[in-house]
Design a protein around this ligand. Structure first.
Ligand SMILES: NC(=O)c1ccc[n+]([C@@H]2O[C@H](COP(=O)([O-])OP(=O)(O)OC[C@H]3O[C@@H](n4cnc5c(N)ncnc54)[C@H](O)[C@@H]3O)[C@@H](O)[C@H]2O)c1
Length: 477
């Protein structure tokens, strides 16, 4: 059997590497139009940072795992073609700012159709609006010149989380496969199920109809993001009432009906998926006339925006209502720890908010390059989800400095904002940092990961998100 995957990104790369690792009898080729990315996958400096990924790639690469830009050859030889291309939010036209832009998916489908001389199973790995399989089926069948070629489309959404992708792929809670309830649909589901059963217990490979699988992915992300927005909403109330959001989260998380995961209040969720998928869900609801349902889910995104704005306001308000020409050290730019991914990271909005008020942001993240930071800070919203984004020119920006280390970022700074929960941030010598800073020196812990009592002992004014406020932090109006 031969598998090809179109799209060598955060999903295509790790998922295919795991299939290749666990199925040495299957040849797996990951394809991309971005040559730079493919070259990186073929080197030991992979294009994405993910703990354990390099070891998995190194174990299978050259054996049965290959990365290539030769799309036509490998598509034509494949029995199963995964499609893992970008499905960004539309930036113009009908549905701009909400609907999914299926340009790249459609492009991949046309490429499959024109290069197919034998029947194939096409697997939707990208997150797509419900009913995409129907549209893609039409593109495939109308663009393939050989009438004997049949395409069977399956939806196999990916549930991995960045930062723990390898663990998630090794031992997923479940794998979901949606397909048509026809003899060929059932045969295709069986074929894909057998691939996963090489390492995943069969009871964890769930099967369902196509539309349920497509909608389950959007729903899963909507529910996860909703939990973050819910606890963030409560964090705002905690600050006003003297309650402590971590104590509230612990108290509710011990209720087995609620569970304790995803209850950390933070400066907001980020990542390429949550916002995009909720907006997409809202758009689907609106287009079928479910305005109230769309509005309900939209609140999850607007609460996230509110949390980021609230954080910026707290920083500026606490620093005597002016951050003009004040240096603010930003600890962490990735949207969460253990990844170098900055797509929709809250750090972009927080830094832009501070810079708008005249602050100089000195940004340090152990896994994000200066080029990436400049690119993110100078690019319009949603532009990052275009295949050639990483090639876009980087610019140097006023009021953005890059810290070569955290110590470098804090020199002369008035405040530290913790925006990513990197473990190493807990172990810094904050006493030494305090000495290097302008006074009063503030810490705004947007992730609640630091030892706040210890910081206060050193002399810092500490903002702990969702906790009773230090009198010093009262806003200046
Ligand atoms: N990142 C995640 O954690 C995650 C998790 C689950 C699902 N998803 C979904 O998976 C999909 C891909 O996400 P990602 O994070 O891997 O994106 P990505 O931007 O990292 O990768 C997509 C890749 O597809 C390539 N591409 C686009 N059009 C192509 C074409 N016609 N031919 C060949 N290559 C093409 C791009 O060059 C890019 O390298 C999206 O729909 C996303 O919503 C992402």
């Amino acid at each position: 059997m031969k598998i090809a995957c179109i799209g060598a990104g955060y999903v295509g790369g790790p998922t295919m590497a795991m299939i290749a690792l666990k199925c040495p009898h299957i040849e797996v080729v990951v394809l991309d139009i971005n040559e730079e990315r493919i070259n990186a996958w073929n080197s030991d400096t992979l294009p994405i940072y993910e703990p354990g990924l390099l070891e998995v790639v190194q174990a299978a690469r050259g054996r049965n795992l290959f990365f290539s830009t030769d799309t036509s050859k490998h598509i034509s030889e494949a029995d199963i073609v995964f499609v893992s291309v970008n499905t960004p939010t539309k930036t113009s036209g009908i549905g701009a700012g909400k609907a999914a832009d299926l340009t790249y998916w459609e492009g991949a489908a046309r490429m499959i159709a024109s290069n197919s001389k034998s029947s194939k199973i096409i697997v939707e790995k990208s997150t797509v609006p419900v009913k995409t399989a129907e549209a893609i089926g039409k593109v495939l069948s109308r663009n393939c010149s050989d009438p004997s070629v049949q395409f069977e489309i399956l939806s196999n959404p990916e549930f991995l989380a960045e930062g723990t992708a390898i663990q998630d792929l090794m031992k997923p809670d479940r794998v979901l496969i949606g397909g048509s309830d026809t003899p060929s649909g059932r045969a295709a589901i069986k074929a894909l199920k057998e691939v996963y059963e090489n390492w995943i217990p069969s009871e964890r490979v769930l099967t369902c109809n196509l539309w349920s699988a497509e909608l389950a992915k959007l729903t899963a992300n909507a529910f996860l993001a909703q939990r973050i927005s819910s606890i963030n909403a409560i964090s705002a109330l905690c600050e006003e009432t003297g309650a402590d959001v971590q104590q509230v989260a612990h108290a509710i998380g011990t209720d087995s009906r609620i569970g304790n995961k995803f209850l950390n209040a933070s400066v907001g969720f980020g990542g390429s998926c949550f916002q995009k998928d909720i907006l997409n869900l809202c758009y689907v609801c609106e287009t079928v006339g479910l305005k109230e349902v769309a509005e309900y889910w939209y609140q999850v995104v607007s609460m996230n925006d509110h949390q980021k704005n609230r954080f910026v306001e707290r920083v500026i308000g606490s620093m005597f209502n002016s951050v003009k020409n004040k240096k603010v050290a930003i600890f962490g730019f990735a949207f969460k720890k253990d990844t170098g991914d900055t797509r929709e990271t809250p750090a972009i909005d927080v830094c832009k908010g501070l810079i708008q008020d005249g602050a100089i942001c000195a940004i340090y993240d152990p896994e994000v390059s200066p080029e990436m930071i400049f690119r993110d800070m100078s690019t319009p919203k949603f532009e990052w989800d275009k295949p050639n984004y990483t090639k876009s020119a980087s610019r140097f920006l006023e009021n953005v400095l890059i810290g070569s280390s955290a110590e470098d970022a804090v020199k002369g700074a008035h405040a530290i904002c913790v925006l990513t929960e990197w473990d190493r941030f807990k172990d810094y010598d904050y006493k030494a940092m305090y000495e290097q800073m302008s006074k009063p020196a503030f810490v705004f812990d947007g992730r609640n990961i630091l030892d706040h009592d210890k910081l206060r002992e050193i002399g810092f004014i500490v903002y702990a998100l969702g906790k009773p406020l230090d009198p010093f932090l009262q806003k200046v109006y």
